[in-house]
Ligand binder design. Structure first.
Ligand SMILES: [Zn+2]
Ligand SMILES: [Zn+2]
Length: 346
């Protein structure tokens, strides 16, 4: 099959023929119909070193973990509830299926987890990819493959909002209007936040957030964010989300958070960062960190899409084929108005 292969940091991905994935007994092979480019992969391909705190990516690896497609092959022990031709999306990791974390719907915590882009488990920046039957979800008929590929980033936002212990009527500040920030805005609206204000250094991006539930936007390149928040809402935020994940963004979130409020760090910063504990201590802010989602977040996201209670398709700002994929991937490393770029290999 053809896939977008990573060789080393600083080099664009290259489209090459690699071995077709083979299913182990409890796995299935998926024809990839849509796969979103994730900021994590962009950072990862740039910052690939031991200090990143993130696992290494080896030359020859294929990334891509936000995908949907059609089942084309079943492992020998896959149950009768799955058949060739099923339209599905999947949690990207494959767990053992038996440990307490797998049983709790958290395969990414499984002690035997098979992560995407690790040896033997190419990701979905490719024509085909392997999924675990335990981690896979059928797409309801009214959900497109692109929406199916959005379930993963939407589940990240849902999980973050759960971590925030959001209460009805809370005022929310979201730093960063990328796909994660927008997904958080969407769920904050869903769960009854009052003011949902998104700040970004690119004004056009922040303005886009209104389409996903934000009540106002702040141009962080020009405006004083806390002052502007107060003027827009007549109040202070009760939760501040760091949806950026670069050095200094957590400190910004702490600086913007009023006394006794919550800071939720969602962006995955892959370089060393320092912050001023005094500010956080004096304010008594509660800081939470988020990683991934669990099975129930995936299931709920799918359900809400199927019931038309969330509308996320506007997150897709461009679709590209495999030939154009490496270019699109490189371009996302620079500031732009893109939100989610989708690979459609077929
Ligand atoms: Zn992702
Ligand atoms: Zn397990």
């Amino acid at each position: 099959m053809r896939a977008a292969v990573f060789h080393r940091s600083g080099l664009p991905l290259s489209i090459e023929s690699i071995a077709d994935p083979e299913p182990s007994p409890t796995d299935m092979i998926l024809k990839v119909c849509a796969c979103g480019i994730c900021g994590t992969d962009l950072h990862w391909s740039e910052v690939n070193n031991a200090e990143s705190g993130w696992r290494d990516i080896n030359p020859g690896a294929v990334m891509g973990h936000e995908f949907a497609g059609e089942i084309v092959e079943l492992g020998t022990e896959v149950g009768s509830d799955w058949k060739v031709g099923d339209r599905v999306c999947a949690m990207p990791q494959i767990g053992c299926g038996h440990c307490s974390d797998c049983l709790a719907g958290r395969p990414h915590r499984c002690y035997k987890v098979l992560n995407r882009a690790s040896p033997g488990h190419p990701g979905a920046y490719a024509e085909y990819t392997r999924v675990g039957a335990n981690e896979t979800f059928k797409l309801p008929d009214n959900i497109s493959f692109q929406e199916g590929a959005l379930v993963e980033p939407l589940a990240v936002g849902l999980h973050a909002v759960k971590r925030a212990c959001l209460k009805v009527g809370d005022n929310i500040l979201i730093i960063g209007a990328g796909p994660v920030g927008l997904s958080i805005a969407l769920w904050c609206k869903f769960f009854g936040a009052r003011h949902i204000i998104v700040s970004d250094l690119v004004k056009a991006r922040a303005d886009e957030a209104a389409r996903f539930g934000a009540t106002a936007a702040i141009d962080a390149s020009k405006e004083n964010v806390p002052e502007r928040f107060l003027r827009l809402s007549g109040s202070h935020p009760s939760v501040v989300f760091d949806a950026v994940g670069i050095a200094g963004s957590m400190q910004l979130a702490i600086n913007y958070a009023p006394n006794y409020t919550r800071v939720v760090v969602v962006g995955l910063c892959m370089v060393s960062d320092s912050f001023q504990p005094t500010t956080a201590v004096i304010k008594e802010v509660d800081i939470s960190f988020c990683f991934c989602y669990d099975r129930s977040d995936f299931a709920m996201t799918l359900d809400m899409l199927a019931q038309n209670r969330i509308d996320a398709i506007g997150l897709v700002s461009e679709s590209v084929n495999l030939e154009n994929f490496p270019r699109a991937f490189e371009e996302l490393k620079k500031p732009s108005n893109q939100i989610k770029v989708m690979l459609e290999p077929f």
